[in-house]
Ligand binder design. Sequence first.
Ligand SMILES: *[C@@H]1O[C@H](CO)[C@@H](O)[C@H](O)[C@H]1NC(C)=O
Length: 863
Amino acid sequence: MGSNWVVCNCKLPVVLGVLWVLGFLWVLGFLGLAVQGSVTYDRKSLVIDGQRRILFSGSIHYPRSTPEMWEDLIMKAKDGGLDVIETYVFWNVHEPSPCNYNFEGRYDLVRFMKIIHKAGLYAHLRIGPYVCAEWNFGGFPVWLKYVPGISFRTDNEPFKREMQRFTEKIVNLMKSENLFQSQGGPIILSQIENEYGAQSKLLGTVGHNYVTWAAKMAVEMGTGVPWIMCKEEDAPDPVINTCNGFYCDAFTPNQPYKPSIWTEAWSGWFTEFGGPIHERPVQDLAFAVARFIQKGGSFINYYMYHGGTNFGRTAGGPFITTSYDYDAPLDEYGLIRQPKYGHLKELHRSIKMCERALILSDPIITSLANYQQAHVFTSESGDCAAFLANYDAKSAARVMFNNMHYNLPPWSISILPDCRNVVFNTAKVGVQTSQMQMLPVNTDMVSWESYNEDLTSIDDGSSTFTTTGLLEQINVTKDASDYLWYITSVDIGSSESFLRGGELPTLIVQSTGHAVHIFVNGQLSGSAFGTRENRRFTYRGKINLQAGMNRIALLSVAVGLPNVGGHFETWNTGILGPVALRGLDVGKWDLSWQKWTYKVGLKGEDMSLNSPNSISSVDWMQASLIVQKQQPLTWHKAYFNAPDGDEPLAVDMDGMGKGQIWINGQSIGRYWTAYAYGNCNGCSYSGTFRPPKCQLGCGQPTQRWYHVPRSWLKPTDNLLVIFEELGGDPSRISIVKRSVTSVCADVSEYHPTLKNWHIESYGKSEQFHNPKVHLKCSLGQSISAIKFASFGTPLGTCGTYQQGTCHAPSSYDILEKKCLGRERCSVTISNTNFGADPCPNVLKRLTVEAVCAPTSYQPSWRG
Ligand SMILES: *[C@@H]1O[C@H](CO)[C@@H](O)[C@H](O)[C@H]1NC(C)=O
């Protein structure tokens, strides 16, 4: 802490790397072996072993889940129709101090790559090493800031030296494990730098020189697979420039011989403490993907496919939440999010049916009407695939294509792999919706005990120092802790008028971020917070001073270091002042240039109270003896047994304020139950998406539940430790499990008078006349109740369905008969099945919400 990092001289590994490559070439030459694989590209696509490919990819960041979860996530991604798994490489977790590397546990990049390979998928390795990613300091180690003479991401020798050293470290590690496709491994693509375009333009020649250097440096590493730069228009050859965004159909690569690659198709958006949850409707995401493909795009990566969790202090910032769910097809806990996952899976299957036509030809675009177009791909060998698009955000359209009529919902694309039959429309969601909930488990928190940070002796220890004036926080903490104490004293004369009934003095504290708690003579007297948009803030509050010496202790709190913005490494954190008192007899008293005593971190952190090994180093107080539950700066601990089953678990922090959580010594992350401000008035899938459009959770804590990986638990006596900054009631903390509680389906009937209905149905002949509703609970669960069923014109969405004007009275009976007690069921949609037509000449739907419950809890009527 606070010690000076020496810049290490890492020449040795570089030299070894060069020797290794030479040795490798020599062996190849000697044995006369050809390189096993090859990845190149042309204007149409990546070319893998001589084959052009349309590829779907998904971001899964290995440190955002546990190694025990990786295989399941990757297999679910494969099952969802992905070909490629993409990940950034996170420098700061791999090299916590110079030349001191960590590739263990969640940071075991090699193991992650090998699981991808074993699953038969490809990998895209985005080394960066700047990654942004809502990750602490954008992935840079904080020590990098203190390398003499350094300036990040520009034509600066110390920075380039460190960037090259780490890039080589990763490339050599991958090579040593034969992980590049050219060596028979999964990696088909690598990224250098990240979203540098805007900064490059700003810096002009210097920026251009840096980009040119980075490209050359990367290419010279000889990985045998192409390099990309995202959001970098002037990416030098042979590096491919790629697109990130909500839509990328307006994107064209910077050379006609480069393929169109979409490195980040944003599946949702991140959340910040105090903000709402953002959802991106799958109909719009599918529409965006189809738009990119119909324009000739050939590689799409969902950012994120599984967002996961910012464990520990890895969240970027400030104020990025611990959950990095991102509204991704696999939720934070690794569960399938329906209908997002299933609808995209069908999209992938439909596009793959067009693959030959797509890779062999360029689209011919024709206008069908004002806002409707056809993109048609026809190859010489007779393949034909068509995309019929309706860009109108308000109205459906009926268009004529190849002498046939097609109905296109608003803001949608229909996919015709044979230029005749529609197999998919982006706006028609046929898969079921599932509702997930946090449910109680039968495990109790036992023997709650607490320990208060001792405020009377904060500055007694050896890890404190005193100096004149206010210091920048990260310069002092080097990010070893979120917390830095700023302590000073004020001597108040006994003649001050406020002591005789006058108005109390006001303390003013200007902070450059991110939060501060104010203690006067050991009592919490107030707190203040910045926001992600505006890190700076000013605390202003009356304080209770006494005659004589008073101690003012300011606990400045970092909530994730910035991960984005021009030279974010130079942005300040902490209290840089002024700090002043107003309302004294002298008027204003500026404290900024007084003597200040600093202490990095909390006493509990010094004693590692979060760890099972050192938990007994203090005297804990039984919860029953604590009168004042809302005590700030308090450590709480309790024990619990692992709940049965294998559903994902979380800790419910309702009732607590802000702080950090550990289980068996592993950090779950920061928590903060700040309420979400936003506009949650619902949204339509149709029309250009931006995150503010679809907000959820307004008026509730942005994040109430915190993921507890199953693999971090023992069967019994798991130690839960909480550090609470503000005050809260730990007796309300509980462990919950995440389960699919109900599934919904909403499918239209076949209507004989809508002649072209058949071309919009799914390819199979069974579904041609008889569409079906399919319902499926998770493994080990079955349908215990039909919460809603209506064949007719029902209203609402999953969870809030209501009967419409038309409703077949037999709806519940039919569904109960076919589905109750079963893990999955299907019901054919036809008038005969429901007794009689409840409303002739009206297009009807069958809409169902079924409750899923563990099979063992089924009532006895099954037997
Ligand atoms: C923090 O440290 C850096 C590097 O040593 C220095 O350039 C900078 O001026 C310091 N910031 C402040 C506000 O003191």
